[in-house]
Write a protein that binds this ligand. Structure first.
Ligand code: C2E
Ligand code: MG
Ligand code: MG
Length: 542
């Protein structure tokens, strides 16, 4: 049986293992939760950036339309004044003007340049024909990134970074535009990281190569914003919450582990193991000889239950019988023992009427009205006379006097002998013994042990024997270990049977049968010798 120390150690190990598993699970859960949270944050950020971009775009395009619709067309002073007024009123515009033959003809900021050079090809030409240039030469002196939008012969310029009205986040983003003729999507503004094209152009969430992405697009102005963050950076941003989740899961794992360990131990507990053993018929029977003290013949056997737990340790019946009683399956154990006894002894009991096997029964068996019925059925099926099976009861099992008396009467009526076990350990009075109406008593081994020791207990033995004689009961002396003890009972005025180490220990059926045969042979030989001796005495030979 595992010791308390071993149990504590096992529980501890299981708890720690479950705790580690819990932490591992926590790491996974925390990562998933962080990713989900971060994706929502990225999506929200991208959404806000797109909304901001749309608002700015609306303003720019309104300005473009206004320039287009203006009656001033020849870059004269009134037109320049008109353009300057437009910029003055706008929050985002840095410049606005007119183009001619692919070059700036005039603008609010540049006036009417003396030298004009071609702007070259636009970086993007959008679906509605709006051309987009980045960082045109005349505006590079500011050191700020600029974007120029051109439609018809009007253009507007703005600095996108000063345009942003979005609360900054520790997240990266890129704003992209689509070049309609080539269908190529490219960076307009923001982080220049190499992001796969299918992520930039597809609205929604994505996760690739350890980075989280959220893309939102403006249907109206054809631009998209993709916000993104590397997963390790996301975890670092949520470190406290991440740690909390890991800790919580680890703790939950440890608690669960502890509960599992306790359940496991409970399952492995002796009672559970015994229950399984009884169910699977793993309780064995050992047979101890009961001997006629005069002849030395084995006249009976007591069947004693033997069991090894699942770790292979032998557990004594003084421990497991009460456990089965407490667990409510002692009845099943008794029936199993009886089935085993019949499996072993049925042929012997059919052939030798004088031989009996005793089985210990408990109060539960006596109280079970089905027990005698079951027993009768079984013996009939096995064709074994009821007289061959003795039932041993203890004083403890007869506490409910009326019930015990009735049960004993019933069993005896069926042909069984009933013996009162461990006699003398309780407080049986003469009237009690009389009422119980058993066939024999088994004198408890504490009395046998006292023989020859001068103990006061020995003084009680003659009284017990005289009660037994008065009630015409049979007697079996338990725990006979020495010749002196055997002689004490053999010399009594009434016939006493003996049981104890002196005659044989509880043993498996095959060994028991060998011992029974040897003792029968010795008894035979003794009788023969005595007969021969008396013959010699009769014939006068000395
Ligand atoms: P019990 O019915 O009084 O059985 C006799 C006990 O005394 C047995 O102990 C036996 O091994 C032991 N014994 C026999 N001769 C000697 C001896 O010379 N010296 C000593 N020191 N001991 C001796 P065991 O097998 O440990 O059984 C203990 C008790 O457990 C039994 O006492 C009986 O009350 C109970 N028991 C055993 N098997 C069963 C069973 O199948 N069903 C029930 N209900 N109880 C059982
Ligand atoms: Mg007994
Ligand atoms: Mg006993």
């Amino acid at each position: 049986m595992p010791t308390l120390k071993q149990r504590i150690l096992t529980t501890f190990i299981v708890t720690v293992c479950a705790g580690i598993l819990g932490v591992a699970l926590g790491l996974w859960v925390a990562r998933v939760v962080t990713i989900r949270m971060m994706q929502a944050r990225l999506d929200n950020y991208a959404g806000r950036l797109v909304a901001d971009e749309e608002a700015a775009d609306l303003e720019l395009r309104t300005a473009l339309a206004a320039i287009d619709a203006s009656e001033h067309k020849n870059c004269a002073a009134p037109e320049i004044a008109y353009l300057r007024a437009l910029i003055f009123e706008s929050q985002s515009l840095k410049d606005a003007g007119r183009m001619r033959a692919g070059a700036i003809a005039c603008s609010a900021a540049l006036g009417k340049p003396a030298q004009t050079s071609s702007l070259g090809e636009p970086e993007f030409t959008q679906q509605d024909g709006t051309a987009i240039y980045r960082n045109l030469v005349p505006y590079q002196s500011t050191g700020l990134s600029t974007i120029t939008l051109e439609r018809g012969d009007s253009f507007v310029v703005y600095t996108p970074m000063t345009r942003l009205h979005v609360e900054p986040e520790p997240l990266r983003f890129v704003e992209t535009a689509m070049d309609a003729p080539t269908q190529r999507r490219g960076r307009l503004l923001g982080d220049g990281a190499a992001i796969p094209a299918q992520i930039l152009g597809n609205e929604g969430l994505a996760q690739q190569d350890g980075t989280l992405y959220a893309t939102r697009c403006s249907i109206r102005f054809f631009d998209c914003v993709t916000s993104f963050v590397a997963i390790p950076d996301a975890i670092a941003m949520n470190r406290a919450q991440y740690r909390e989740t890991v800790l919580l899961c680890g703790l939950a794992g440890a608690v669960l582990g502890c509960v599992l360990a306790l359940l496991y131990r409970r399952n492995k507990s002796l009672e559970q193991q015994l229950r399984r053993a009884v169910r699977k018929g793993r309780v064995r029977a050992a047979y101890q000889p009961i001997v006629d003290l005069h002849s030395g013949r084995v006249v009976g056997a007591e069947a004693l239950a033997r069991w090894e737990d699942e770790d292979g340790h032998a557990v004594g019946p003084d421990i497991f019988i009460p456990l089965a009683g407490k667990g409510g399956f002692i009845g099943e154990l008794t029936r199993q023992m009886i089935r085993r006894v019949l499996r072993d002894f049925a042929p012997v009991l059919r052939g030798d009427e004088g031989f009996r096997v005793s089985v210990n029964v408990t109060a539960d068996d006596l109280e079970d009205p089905q027990f005698p019925v079951w027993l009768e059925d079984l013996l009939r099926k096995e064709d074994v006379p009821a007289g061959g099976l003795t039932l041993e009861i203890t004083e403890g099992s007869t506490v409910r006097r009326g019930m015990a008396i009735e049960a004993i009467r019933r069993l005896r009526a069926q042909g069984h002998k009933v013996h009162l076990d461990d006699f003398g350990t309780g407080y049986s009075s003469l009237s009690y013994l009389h009422d119980l109406a058993v066939d024999a008593i088994k004198i408890d081994q504490s009395f046998t042990r006292a023989i020859g020791t001068g103990s006061v207990t020995v003084g009680i033995l003659p009284q017990i024997l005289s009660i037994v004689e008065a009630l015409h009961l049979n007697v079996i002396a338990e725990g006979v270990e020495t010749q002196e003890q055997a002689s004490y009972f053999a010399d009594a005025d009434l016939p006493v049977l003996g049981q104890g180490w002196l005659f044989g220990r509880p043993q498996p059926f095959a060994e028991f049968e060998k011992l029974r045969a040897e003792r029968a042979w010795c008894a035979e030989a003794k009788v023969q010798t005595e007969e021969d001796a008396s013959l010699l005495v009769g014939s006068g030979v000395k």
